[in-house]
Design a protein around this ligand. Structure first.
Ligand code: NAD
Length: 496
């Protein structure tokens, strides 16, 4: 059986020591093992990254960007293999994996603009014959810790930007599906990245803690569940590190009485059930304003949901695949049961939905639950499965209050034909990414991605302009070249 090791200083290696099984979620079988790195492994990666930093940080941004251009081409040439690895270990259908990879590649394209992104800010004549400018310096050795649900895209949110900014990087991918990240790291080496600039250490909590407490690691970028994000943020910042930690979500769509119902139904299907609902931007709650639109929406959703195809990643005809583990499947089924016990109406129950031939896979079918209320446990939790909950309220104000009171504030959407209502919604909603008739308002690479409330700990969003700020440190220089006529006189008051 294949064992996935680490990628340190440009070399792949498999160390002795503890391992963890990697499952093929479609079949339920163990397909590989992954080595679990420890503080010694992290030490070695930090030594390699630190040694690579002086030369890499002095490499002109244009030259760093040229490696990214080659990297982008290699990602495109190897897309099928990357999608195959994602499918085997995550279970998402190849067309969805291709979409994930493309969104990752767009971050590489943005990073190709390094000379423009890093050119700084300049003020001529800030004072008499004084010029002032800001430079953006790399931080040093920085690290990224990523979740299972986007094994290629989330690492690509982080390291291309960190690296073009002149940092050296240690990635700790999800131990459940590390192969895509390992493959991608090898491609970056092929593109010409010097050894030690990008390192991948596999593992779990022990490796993460070693990064959090390592004195030479300057910054941590994290994406995962909220309890872990909070732990990462509080621990990293207590160690004096810069940290951004993106957490979980519960994304609501408000469905106004005037919404285009056909658009609502088709777009909700993909947004709620795509990737088995294992997306931090999955739309898991539809809040209908009034019973009339709620009833019509449910009647239209029912036959459309029955037609969805659940199955193995390699069949392009399938709409979505299994969830990540047996334990996660049990958790999702527990939420469906608890919704029913607490008085919700489970209209379509996907608890027993394994496709033929894949009975041991971790499949959960599309599930539709009506009459969900805010006191229910399944409402407060991030279910992270193919479950769409319907809530009924009387007014848009009530819906906004519901969303604003929820622990999470990642994404949201309003379906309406009313411009005034949508503007009011944008102004008053406490959520980081907002869609108007767009169910998954994931920002493009030249914007930045992040949530509010307990969906993000830290000050800066991920990638885009915030990514440049996160991975650089500002230095502001003020200069004058005094000739005899400009020499300063004694001055004890603040110059104005
Ligand atoms: P997770 O929190 O279990 O794991 C994320 C990372 O943290 C992994 O690399 C894991 O090894 C590490 N980790 C796990 N437990 C740890 C511990 N006790 N101490 C230290 N490190 C630990 O998340 P997951 O299940 O892999 O991913 C799903 C979650 O990620 C969902 O909650 C989803 O909403 C969230 N997510 C958020 C975003 C976003 O942008 N906000 C994007 C993708 C996923």
């Amino acid at each position: 059986m294949k064992t996935i090791g680490h990628f340190i200083n440009g070399t792949k290696r498999v160390d002795e020591g503890p391992t963890q099984p990697i499952y093929n979620p479609s079949t339920g079988e163990v397909s590989k093992q992954v080595v679990l790195g420890d503080s010694k492994t992290i030490d070695e990666a930090v030594i390699a990254a630190k040694a690579a930093f002086p030369s890499w940080s002095k490499t002109p941004p244009a030259k760093r960007a040229r490696i990214m251009f080659k990297f982008k081409a290699l990602l495109e040439q190897n897309a099928d293999e990357i999608c195959q690895l994602i499918g085997e270990e995550h279970g998402k259908i190849v067309h969805d994996a291709a979409g994930e990879l493309q969104r990752g590649i767009e971050n590489v394209e943005y990073a190709c603009g390094a000379p423009e992104l890093l050119k700084g800010e300049h003020s001529r004549n800030a004072g008499p014959d004084i010029d002032s400018w800001s430079e953006f310096h790399p931080l040093g050795v920085v690290a990224g810790i990523t979740p299972f649900n986007f094994p290629a895209m989330v690492p690509l949110w982080m390291f291309p930007m960190a690296i073009v900014c002149g940092n050296t990087f240690i990635l700790k991918p999800s131990e459940r599906n590390p192969s895509a990240a390992m493959f991608i790291a090898q491609l970056l080496k092929e593109a010409g990245l010097p050894d030690g600039v990008l390192n991948v250490v596999n593992g779990g909590k022990e490796a993460v803690d070693a990064l959090l407490y390592h004195p030479e690691v300057e910054a941590i970028s994290f994406v995962g569940s909220t309890p872990i994000a909070e732990y990462i943020y509080t621990t990293a910042t207590a160690q004096g590190k810069r940290c951004q930690a993106l957490g979980g979500a519960k994304n609501h769509a408000i469905v106004m009485p005037d919404a285009d119902l056909d658009n609502v139904v088709t777009s909700l299907l993909g947004a709620a059930f795509g990737s088995s609902g294992e997306r931090c931007m999955a739309l898991s709650v539809a809040v209908a304003i009034g019973d009339d639109i709620a009833d019509k929406m449910i009647e239209a959703l029912k036959p459309a949901i029955q037609e969805l195809r659940l199955g193995v990643y390699s069949d392009k005809e399938n709409d979505f695949g299994p969830v990540i583990t047996e334990a996660h499947k049990s958790k999702i089924l527990g939420h469906i049961r608890s919704a029913a016990e607490q008085g919700a109406n489970v209209i379509i129950d996907g608890s027993n939905a394994a496709p033929e031939g894949y009975e041991k896979g971790f499949f959960v079918g599309p599930t539709l639950i009506d009459n969900v209320t805010k006191d229910m446990d399944s409402y407060s939790a991030e279910i992270f499965g193919p479950v769409l909950q319907i809530m009924r309220v009387e007014t848009m104000e009530e819906a906004i209050q519901l969303i604003n009171e929820h622990e999470y504030g990642n994404g949201t959407c309003i379906y309406t034909r009313d411009g005034e209502a949508s503007r009011y919604f944008v102004d008053n909603i406490k959520v980081g990414m907002v869609g108007i008739n767009i169910p998954l308002p994931v920002p493009i690479a030249s914007q930045s991605f992040g949530g509010w409330k307990r969906s993000l700990f830290g000050d800066l969003f991920m990638y885009g302009p915030d990514g440049v700020r996160f991975f650089t440190r500002r230095k502001t220089v003020t200069q004058r070249w005094p000739s005899a006529s400009l020499r300063e006189k004694k001055q004890f008051s603040m110059p104005t």
